[in-house]
Design a protein around this ligand. Structure first.
Ligand code: TRP
Length: 460
């Protein structure tokens, strides 16, 4: 049985935790992934289903991760070991920390692009598709940006929970919010913005499909930073008198607000400028620069937007790296500094193929020599494969295993006790039993369904 070390750091206040955890949740997922998924899936109906998944599944699951972390005061591996001792379940914790580092390695690549867009004016109207392709294929831009992002992230994580993660979240999250309000205001006041608002806010239920539900659920998991122990780790720095349900709910509300507002800034602008909302992953990097290029004050708004994206990605990157670092700090004799720089260095090495996979090295851009031709669609590059394997499959798999662990191995009743610690009213007489049943039966079943659909969809 592992015991929490007496000197384990804690957040200084509820606000500190909420900002750090919201900083983790709010990232590329909200501003890049959510709008393009909504755009691909017909707008309003997707948004509504996303909200339902969030409320019914993701938020209750978030409580489970927070409870596990706070109860054990450990990283994901240590948390599982504290409850179950040395067993095969430790491997689930291992899967979490490895997934964290793997996602971090390519997340930093995309974040580096966002940073690059702050400095390079790519808003040349009409030409941004080619400019983007050229930019991400140029190793002299992409590798230093990727490396720089890693160094900045590792620097913050090395400073520790309070002095690093929490302090930076407190500085950056308000900046983020102000930027978002400015951009959304500019977007909704464009002439012709109404069509975008309608697309985004009016659900068209004829568009609903099974795959769309699965996509919405996966997106909700990714957006709330669930499935690989980020919230176990951040929960482990919470004091015992904190109300997990209230603190967790704040995080979910902020994350959702920002995702919804990201849609509010993107769709009106895209429609006002006569662009296509269903452009997929290039929506933010290609379509938006065109939009900015064609609108009054565009290049200023464009710079603000990518600054916004870079900041959001930064606080999320911090949380991805922190999971692996907390593992090293808890389970080895390494100091936090050594662990942060060491993990950052490993992320650089494993992320390099992703960074070079967008045209810099042709063998990495097109993996047909390795995976053969897929039945549907073009052969993927390293970045696509890594994102699929770690960002979808591994993430969903560990989420399913974690919810089985909390529901059956740790036991849902003990988890419920932990949730009630700090505030007896947190989970009332009715909500408690529903949560208990959900974590034992409904979540594993639903998450596994997502996994199967993901695999079928990804392999075909
Ligand atoms: N939630 C972040 C985003 O929306 C990304 C992220 C950070 C994440 N930590 C995570 C995703 C853990 C999944 C799991 O961009």
């Amino acid at each position: 049985m592992a015991f929490p070390s007496p000197e384990r750091e804690q957040w200084s206040s509820r606000l500190g935790f909420v900002l750090a955890a919201a900083g983790s949740a709010i990232g590329l997922g909200n501003i890049w992934r959510f709008p393009f998924k909504a755009g691909d899936n017909g707008g309003g109906a997707f948004v509504l289903i996303y909200l339902a998944c969030l409320l019914l599944l993701c938020v209750p699951y978030l409580f489970a991760e927070l409870a596990l972390g706070r109860n054990s005061k450990r990283n994901p591996v240590g948390a599982i070991r504290a409850i179950r001792g040395h067993s095969l379940w430790s491997l689930v914790g291992g899967l979490c920390v490895v997934t964290g580092l793997a996602i971090f390695s390519y997340y930093a690549v995309v974040a580096g692009w966002a940073v690059g867009y702050v400095f390079r004016d790519l808003t040349a109207a009409g030409a941004s598709g080619a400019a983007f392709a050229q930019f991400i294929a140029d190793p002299l831009w992409v590798v230093p940006l990727f490396g720089g992002f890693l160094v900045a992230t590792a620097g913050v994580v090395a400073q520790g929970v309070r002095r690093g993660i929490e302090r930076w979240a407190k500085i950056l999250m308000p900046v983020l919010f102000v930027l978002l309000c400015l951009i959304a205001f500019r977007a909704v006041t464009l002439p012709g913005a109404g069509a975008g608002l309608e697309f985004y806010l009016t659900p068209d239920f004829s568009q609903v499909s099974g795959l769309m539900v699965v996509e919405a659920l996966g997106q909700a998991f990714f957006s709330l930073s669930l499935g690989m122990g980020t919230m176990i780790t951040y929960g482990s720095y919470l004091p015992d008198d904190e109300n997990l349900v209230v603190a967790g709910s704040y995080v979910a509300v902020f994350d959702t607000l920002i995702a919804l507002m990201a849609g509010l800034m993107i769709f009106p602008a895209v429609f006002a400028m006569g662009q296509n909302p269903a452009e997929g992953p290039s929506l933010v990097f290609v379509v938006l620069p065109d939009v900015f290029g064609a609108m009054p004050l565009g290049s200023f708004v464009g710079t603000l937007f990518f600054l916004f994206l870079a900041i959001a990605a930064f606080t999320s990157g911090i949380s991805l790296l922190e999971v692996f670092v907390s593992y090293l700090v808890d389970e080895t004799a390494w100091s936090r500094r050594t662990a942060a720089w060491g993990a950052g260095g490993v992320a650089f090495v494993i992320g390099l193929p992703s960074a070079l996979s967008q045209g810099a090295v042709p063998a990495l851009s097109d993996l047909s020599w390795l995976v053969g031709d897929r039945l549907l669609g073009p052969a993927p590059g390293v970045l696509d494969v890594v994102d699929f394997l770690w960002g979808s499959v591994a993430l969903v798999l560990s989420a399913a295993l974690l919810s089985v662990f909390v529901g059956w191995v740790w036991d849902a009743d003990d988890a419920l006790d932990e949730l009630r610690t700090g505030d007896g009213h947190a989970m009332g007489r009715w909500v408690g039993p529903v949560w208990r049943a959900a974590i034992k039966y409904a979540f594993p079943a639903m998450i596994l369904t997502v996994l199967v659909v993901d695999l079928l969809y990804g392999v075909l």
